[in-house]
Design a protein. Structure first.
Length: 177
């Protein structure tokens, strides 16, 4: 009986391992997911401080095959987070949560042509962000298939909001009065 239970347990373990490996194999056969500015996944971002000039100082983590790709992705994700998700409250009460600039969840689809151009390599989004650090070695983690890099960014939140209002994508804060 003991031998039968052992064989049964090994069979179940083999099925579980086979199921996991085939799932992982399927993922590795597909290309790495292209960074999408309107992605529904949660960004890895933390608020450090809020500037008096309408800027937000945040730390954003990006991923990429190369460390440089991860840094570029973190910069793009920081701006996309300001637009579509907002920023969390700062640790130790350093800042209140910041709401998303664009409240309409379908805005990314409605204005997809604009955002494709806005977030293109070298696109307009770069006008609203400054890198505060270059991703020190402590903020660079080697992962399977690439790197995860943390970048501290200063995002011109108020200017970005004004641009989205000019484009008619975000509603003006004064439109309710």
């Amino acid at each position: 009986m003991r031998k039968l239970v052992g064989i049964f347990a090994m069979g179940i373990a083999a099925l579980i391992i086979t199921g996991c490996s085939s799932s992982a194999g399927a993922q590795s056969r597909h290309k790495v997911r292209k960074l999408e500015y309107n992605s529904a996944y949660n960004y890895e971002v933390s608020t450090i401080a809020v500037g008096v000039d309408g800027t937000k100082l945040v730390k954003v983590w990006g991923r990429g095959k190369k460390a440089e790709d991860a840094q570029r992705n973190a910069i793009k994700e920081g701006v996309a987070c300001a637009l579509f998700h907002g920023f969390p409250a700062g640790s130790n009460g350093s800042a209140a949560p910041t709401p998303a600039i664009i409240k309409d969840p379908t805005a990314a689809d409605k204005h997809s042509e604009y955002f494709e151009k806005f977030f293109a390599p070298g696109g307009q989004y770069l006008q609203y962000v400054n890198r505060s650090t270059d991703g020190a070695s402590a903020d660079r983690v080697k992962e399977k298939g690439g790197y995860k890099v943390g970048v501290t960014l200063s995002i011109a939140y108020d200017e970005l909001r004004k641009e989205m209002e000019r484009q008619g994508i975000a509603k003006s804060l004064n439109s309710g009065f």
